[in-house]
Design a protein around this ligand. Structure first.
Ligand SMILES: Nc1ncnc2c1ncn2[C@@H]1O[C@H](COP(=O)(O)OP(=O)(O)OP(=O)(O)O)[C@@H](O)[C@H]1O
Ligand SMILES: [Mg+2]
Length: 382
């Protein structure tokens, strides 16, 4: 490709020199001048990379093939130069699109630049062509066509791969979320209950079987205190995995709980604006929003040095708008799309699944704003 355009440009330079020569030519010899002009035009036309055809509207108002560049060839039609004079509809008997573009360009002067997919009759293979349709004069349209199959196939492949990747990420997130909920439930119900039962048994043991043994009492009390602290630890582990409040009381309560938890261990104050107050969303969407806010707030705690955070969560019925704004050091431009860190990528991935957008901006020493907009009724396909 490179080579081709390189040789085209060197030919073009040579032609420019010829044009200059021609322009300074003594115009008294008109015949010679015309001959040279035509020769020059042919050279220019033949140096157009790709397949070039020139279409003319004749005196009977029919559009016919007037010229094709040297050696131009179409797998289904053979050498094009042998088809000179053929009408446009005959030339493209099964393909309306090029006919429409040629006719449209001829009649309106509009230019068309399109990528077309064609199935070749001879080989049955599908090829992609980049096509230009340009009106040169009132009765002439130039069509230049380049085979871009390799590029388009690579683009299609990449798009397919991207979609597969998004499906995979979303699937992995769903499974992870289900597992978290399951483990959180098991921790809360099974482990919590067993430990509580153990504590009750210890208390029975203490009071009924060894009522007056002081050293055993001390040991049992220590064991009981250890059970209490283990219950607290597994409860907070369960909450970290999946705040039950999200399932029981909904998104607004869960976000409130999250900010209170952070407030307890930092000196960040939160202002929360949730509209409508009783915001009610699809369970899957609620979990996703909660995880996005959780990641944004983890970032605030870890990176921002902020003291104040405003969180706004608004639903219009069609869209949810989530804004998290801190007054910290401000995210640096090069960190906004850093491929080495996964938190912000995760937020974008979740938003993408809900046909949403994420806008992150930072102002040095003023703070960072994360603005997420999600569609409530996302289409089921990605
Ligand atoms: N609120 C913020 N204030 C200032 N800088 C921020 C803020 N949020 C993110 N950043 C910067 O953006 C970077 C990328 O954040 P991201 O969440 O993607 O990754 P991370 O937090 O470093 O790692 P992880 O993958 O564990 O989330 C952070 O490393 C940090 O430098
Ligand atoms: Mg992070």
């Amino acid at each position: 490709m490179e080579k081709k355009s390189g040789s085209f440009s060197s030919q073009f330079n040579a032609l420019s020199r010829q044009v200059e020569k021609l322009c300074s030519h003594d115009s008294s010899n008109k015949e010679e001048f015309l001959k040279q002009s035509e020769e020059l035009f042919r050279k220019v036309f033949n140096s157009i990379p790709g397949l070039a055809t020139l279409w003319q509207k004749n005196s009977r108002n029919k559009i016919i093939l007037l010229m094709a560049n040297e050696g131009s060839y179409i797998e289904s039609k053979g050498k094009i130069a042998e088809l000179i004079g053929m009408e446009v509809n005959e030339f493209f008997p099964d393909d309306l699109e090029p006919v429409q573009y040629i006719t449209g360009a001829m009649n309106t002067g509009e230019q068309y630049h399109v990528v077309m997919k064609s199935k070749l009759q001879t080989t049955g293979k599908t090829k992609w062509f980049y096509q230009d349709y340009v009106r040169v004069t009132k009765n002439l349209v130039l069509n230049v066509s380049q085979d871009v199959t390799e590029r388009e196939c690579a683009r299609e492949e990449l798009q397919k791969y991207k979609e597969e990747l998004h499906h995979l990420i979303q699937h992995r997130e769903t499974v992870r979320e289900e597992e978290r909920a399951e483990i959180a439930r098991a921790i809360h119900d099974d482990l919590g209950q067993s430990l509580t039962a153990l504590k009750i048994d210890l208390s029975i043991l203490r009071n009924e079987f060894v009522p007056s043994n002081r050293s055993i009492h001390e040991k049992i009390d220590a064991m009981s205190a250890m059970i209490d602290s283990t219950i607290r630890k597994i409860q907070s582990l369960g909450l970290e995995l999946r705040p039950g409040i999200l399932d029981d009381l909904g998104l607004a309560a869960a976000v409130e709980w999250l900010t209170e938890e952070i407030q307890k261990r930092t000196n960040i104050t939160f202002k929360l604006n949730i509209y409508p107050e009783e915001i009610s969303l699809d369970e899957n969407l609620s979990v996703n929003i909660f995880r996005m806010i959780q990641e944004a707030l983890t970032n605030v705690v870890r990176h921002s040095m902020a003291t104040r955070v405003n969180i706004s969560l608004e639903s219009t019925g069609q869209e949810v708008r989530i804004q998290i704004k801190d007054n910290g050091i401000g995210i640096a431009e090069d960190k906004i799309r850093n491929l080495n860190s996964l938190g912000l990528i995760g937020i974008r991935e979740r938003a993408r699944f809900w046909n949403g957008t994420v806008n992150i901006t930072g102002e040095k020493n003023k703070g960072t704003e994360v603005l997420i907009k999600l569609k409530i009724n996302r289409e089921k396909t990605l």
